[in-house]
Design a protein around this ligand. Structure first.
Ligand SMILES: Cc1ncc(COP(=O)(O)O)c(C=O)c1O
Length: 359
């Protein structure tokens, strides 16, 4: 607290990112990072980059990356926006589109940065509960609104909506922007990218952090009608002309160029996810059906916070949210097969579980 703060800062409750521990040897399953390195071309791009070029500013438009994303997606460059992680793309979108006279609609349980942006930008919002199975029910979003945002697949539940549900929401909701945050879409959901040419009020946001293993480079992007992209560019160019540095642009292009590696890595994670989900179920966990690189699971007899501390004492980090509706759950990033094996065998040795399993 300081008397020098602007008044609005006093009431801000910032987002809390998952821990990035300094301790070596931890199994880190708490921030949905990819356990595999980026495509080999990324390393080659970094090694061959002439450091002499760094004295210049990067391309403010990241034109090469937009071109590569256009080729990859089949859209035009004027339908593409890039930013410093999808967190920044989302923040700029909140500023560009959601400061309206009606509330922004979002799921009650979703990515917890959304309400932080609302508070930062003074946006009114309304949270809509998930159904009993923790699914988003878009039928409940057909009320007057100043915009709609949801993650698909949703976080931290991991559950995906089909494109039909999104299409029918868009058909009913034509007057305000619908933002679909697809941070995890490559692990098994259908992308709303397929609807971008049909609906001028749809913005689809994706990231290189998860499926492309580039969380450390901070690269996010959005697909939408050129008029939406222009709105985002106006805000971006009123805030930071150069959100992507030269190395981010180079490495993103190199990652995109290797589709085979991307497909194989995603498939590997999906396979590991499915076998880990089966093993956790066998231990008595309820595991929600995941279309992401994480599992959301609870044990009916042991509170989530206790399981998180137990795992931590065995050098395994997972994420726990104290929010009431989900306090029983753990969000477990899908790591390598060995890491998931360590997780499952450690859980099986939990005193309460091992006594049950041997009974
Ligand atoms: C649903 C969702 N959206 C967006 C992000 C932000 O990703 P990044 O800023 O790394 O692109 C995350 C990160 O975990 C996320 O879970």
């Amino acid at each position: 607290m300081s008397k020098f703060w602007s008044p609005a800062i006093h009431s801000l409750v910032p987002y809390t990112p998952g821990e990035q521990p300094k301790v070596a040897g931890l199994i880190k399953l708490n921030t949905n990072e990819n356990p595999y390195p980026p495509a080999p071309g990324v390393s080659a791009a970094l090694h061959s980059f002439p450091s002499e070029r760094l004295r210049l500013y990067p391309d403010p438009d990241a034109g090469r990356l937009k071109q590569a994303l256009a080729e990859d997606s089949g859209l035009e460059t004027r339908q593409i926006f890039v930013g410093n992680g999808s967190d920044e793309v989302l923040a700029l979108a909140f500023m560009a589109f959601f400061r309206q006279n009606a509330p922004l609609l979002m799921p009650e349980t979703t990515y917890s940065f959304y309400d932080v942006y609302c508070d930062l930008f003074d946006i009114d919002y309304r949270k809509i509960p998930l159904d009993q199975q923790f699914r988003i029910d878009l039928a409940h979003y057909r009320t007057p609104n100043g915009g709609i945002i949801f993650a698909n697949p949703n976080a931290p539940t991991g559950i995906a909506l089909g494109l039909d549900a999104i299409r029918s929401l868009l058909e009913a909701n034509t007057e305000t922007l619908v933002l679909v945050d697809e941070a995890y879409v490559d692990f098994g959901a259908e992308s709303a990218l397929a609807l971008v040419n049909e609906f001028p009020n749809l913005l689809v946001v994706q990231t290189f952090s998860k499926s492309r293993s580039l969380a450390g480079m901070r690269i996010g992007f959005a697909f939408g009608h050129p008029a939406l992209i222009e709105g985002l560019e106006r805000v971006k160019n009123s805030f930071n002309s150069y959100p992507l540095d030269m190395l981010a642009i180079e490495t993103a292009c190199a990652a995109l160029a290797d589709r085979d590696y991307f497909v194989a890595t995603c498939q590997r994670i999906v396979d590991t996810r499915e076998s880990a989900a089966e093993r956790l179920t066998a231990l008595g966990f309820n595991v929600l059906p995941s279309s992401t690189n994480f599992l959301f699971a609870r044990h009916p007899d042991i509170p989530g916070a206790e399981l998180m501390s137990y795992l931590r004492s065995h050098n395994i980090l997972v994420r726990h949210f104290s929010k009431e509706q989900i306090a029983d759950y753990l969000r477990i990033t899908v790591g390598t097969d060995d890491e998931m094996d360590a997780l499952v065998t450690t859980l099986a040795r939990h005193p309460e579980l091992s006594s049950k399993l041997s009974a």
